[in-house]
Design a protein around this ligand. Structure first.
Ligand SMILES: [Ca+2]
Ligand SMILES: [Ca+2]
Ligand SMILES: [Ca+2]
Length: 322
C-alpha cells in the first residue's frame, strides 16, 4: 500500500506487541532457549482447509540475538520457539503462537529445516510475516550444510533484493550498541561509518533503558547489510504521517507485505535461492540450502512510528506447502 494510516498502524503494532506478550507467557513454561520441534503431525490450514505438512516449516532455532528495541522486555529468549513450526494464524483453531521480534538494525534469528530445500525453478521458500500492513524489511541469508554435520557452521549467503544496488545500501556495515548508563538514559550506538546516536523511545516512556535486553553485556555488535530508510514523514513535525518511499522494497525482503513476492495465502514473502550473493555481491550458485537467517535490515526511527524492526513467524519450504 502507498499510504499508511497512522491510527490503523498503531493498532496493528499494539496488537503485535500484545500478541507477543500472550505468546511468551504461554510458551515460557515449555520452550527451551534454542528449541527443536520434533512433531511430525499434520494440522489443518485455515486458508484452504487442507492439511499442512509440519516438516515444511523451521524445526530448530540455532541462534537468536535481539538488537535493542521496544520489545526487549517481551523478546524473551524462549520466544525463539515462535520461529519454529506453523504460525498460529495458519492453524485450526488459530493459536497464539506469534512473532519473533528481531529488534533494531542487526538483530537476527537463525533457523533450520529437517531437510535440504532444493533450489527449484522459481521461488523455493517463504518467510512468514502474517498480514502486517507496515513493512519492516528484513534481509534473508541462506546456508548450505556443506560439511554435512547438521549445523549452521558453513557460509552465509545474502539473498539479494530490490535495494541491493541502491547507493544507500551498505554492505559489511557494523553497529555497536551500548548499555544505558542509568535507568533514565537511552541506549547509544556507534556505526562503522563513524556515526553515533541514541535510540529514542516513543511508546509510553521517556527513556529507552528498558530496551536493553542483556544486563550482563556492556555492548553488542552486529554486522550485516543495512538497507535504505524505509519511511519518510509526508506530514509536518506536528502532524506526522509516515509513509513508505514509493518504489523501494519491491521484492527480496522479509516482513514486506508491499512486495511483489508477498504470498497472500500463507502471508509471507517468497524467496529464490538463485538470488544468493557472496560477501562482495557476486552471484553464487546453490543447489539447496538447509538454514536461513533473518536480520533486521533498516536502521531508522520514524517519528511516532518509532523503531523499524523486523518481526517474523517462521519460514517454510514451498515445495511442501501443498
Ligand atoms: Ca529457485
Ligand atoms: Ca554444517
Ligand atoms: Ca517492528
Amino acid at each position: 500500500m502507498d499510504k499508511l494510516k497512522p491510527k490503523f498502524l498503531s493498532v496493528v503494532l499494539a496488537f503485535v506487541f500484545l500478541g507477543a506478550m500472550v505468546s511468551c507467557s504461554k510458551y515460557d513454561d515449555t520452550a527451551s532457549d534454542l528449541s527443536t520441534n520434533t512433531n511430525t503431525h499434520r494440522t489443518t490450514n485455515t486458508k484452504n482447509k487442507t492439511t499442512l505438512d509440519t516438516s515444511a516449516f523451521i524445526t530448530k532455532v540455532y541462534d537468536y540475538v535481539y538488537a535493542p528495541g521496544q520489545y526487549a522486555s517481551v523478546a524473551f529468549s524462549n520466544s525463539a520457539s515462535n520461529f519454529i513450526g506453523i504460525p498460529g494464524y495458519l492453524t485450526v483453531p488459530t493459536t497464539t503462537k506469534t512473532v519473533i521480534s528481531l529488534g533494531s538494525w542487526g538483530g537476527y534469528i537463525v533457523g533450520g529445516f529437517n531437510h535440504n530445500i532444493t533450489n527449484v525453478s522459481g521461488n523455493d521458500f517463504i518467510v512468514l510475516c502474517g498480514s502486517s500492513s507496515a513493512p519492516e524489511p528484513g534481509i534473508v541469508y541462506v546456508m548450505e550444510d556443506t560439511n554435512g554435520n547438521g549445523l549452521p557452521d558453513d557460509t552465509w549467503y545474502e539473498l539479494k533484493g530490490s535495494e541491493s544496488a541502491n547507493a544507500s545500501t551498505y554492505r559489511n556495515y557494523t553497529v555497536t550498541y551500548y548499555k544505558t548508563k542509568s535507568d533514565s538514559a537511552n541506549v547509544t550506538w556507534k556505526d562503522s561509518k563513524g556515526n553515533t546516536g541514541s535510540l529514542v523511545p516513543g511508546y509510553g516512556s521517556t527513556y529507552s533503558s528498558g530496551w536493553w535486553k542483556y544486563p550482563l553485556k556492556d555492548s553488542l555488535v552486529f554486522t550485516g547489510t543495512r538497507l535504505p530508510d524505509a519511511y519518510y514523514n509526508s506530514g509536518s513535525s506536528t502532524k506526522q504521517n509516515w509513509v513508505v518511499y514509493s518504489g523501494l522494497f519491491t521484492w527480496g525482503y522479509a516482513e514486506n507485505a508491499n512486495g511483489t513476492d508477498y504470498n497472500t495465502t500463507y502471508m509471507g514473502n517468497e524467496f529464490d535461492i538463485s538470488n544468493a550473493v557472496d560477501a562482495s555481491g557476486n552471484a553464487v550458485k546453490l543447489n539447496s540450502i538447509r538454514f536461513i537467517k533473518v536480520q533486521t535490515g533498516i536502521f531508522q526511527q520514524a517519528g511516532w512510528l518509532n523503531e523499524i524492526s523486523t518481526e517474523v513467524y517462521g519460514a517454510a519450504d514451498l515445495s511442501r506447502l501443498k
